[in-house]
Ligand binder design. Structure first.
Ligand code: ATP
Ligand code: PH2
Length: 174
């Protein structure tokens, strides 16, 4: 997907479950610099996706810049590369994962089924580790789903209670 850079607002989900997890998350905030609009607290989250592995730290960020959706994906990949991220097991352990959850250009949500950049992120609505931190910084957040645009609070309520209870503010757990 390509696109003319223009003022855009992005929601990013950041996760890490190997060494130096806090520093990995902090590296994304540092890379955003003054493009950062809001950062949730850091949450300790049970692994999603069925792979047995250590808990993650997750954080959701909102940023704004004159960047196209493809530029935001490149930003995410640059951050992952800087953290020596390798792609081995799908949904498995990682030094740093930075996903584009949604992008708005001129206040309109970008929708794309390009496998290289699907927008909104196709699994965001199933992930309490994305939705809980997102709601902390944007309580009235909305997300396009295959059944239309939905309030993120409703998406979260629709998830199994065990998914929601696996997401806890990090200071409560260490
Ligand atoms: N919204 C998106 N955000 C990030 N990557 C995306 C998105 N849509 C498609 N992709 C593509 O998905 C590919 C795999 O990404 P990645 O390795 O981060 O997946 P994953 O974290 O293992 O799983 P998931 O996609 O379920 O989060 C990337 O190369 C990227 O091009
Ligand atoms: N809790 C949690 N689970 C995950 C995460 C993550 O960031 N947090 N990322 C994954 C790969 O996309 C797979 N599973």
């Amino acid at each position: 997907m390509t696109g003319r850079p223009g003022a855009s607002r992005v929601v990013l989900s950041v996760g890490a479950n190997l060494a130096e997890r806090d520093a990995r998350l902090a590296s994304v905030i540092a890379a955003l610099g003054d493009r950062l609009v809001a950062a949730s607290d850091v949450y300790t989250t049970a692994p999603w996706g069925g792979v047995h592995q250590d808990d993650f730290l997750n954080q959701t960020l909102i940023a704004e810049a004159d960047l196209s959706p493809a530029d935001w994906l490149a930003f995410c990949h640059d951050c992952e590369r800087a953290a020596d991220r390798t792609r081995e097991v799908r949904w498995g352990p990682r030094t740093l994962d930075v996903d584009v959850i949604s992008v708005e250009v001129d206040g309109v949500a970008v929708r794309s089924d390009d496998p290289d950049l699907t927008l909104p992120h196709p699994r965001a609505a199933e992930r309490a580790f994305v939705l809980v931190p997102w709601l902390q910084i944007e309580p009235d957040a909305r997300l396009w789903t295959p059944t239309g645009e939905r309030a993120v609070t409703d998406l979260l309520e629709a998830l199994p209670a065990t998914e929601r209870s696996g997401v806890r503010r990090a200071e409560a757990t260490r």
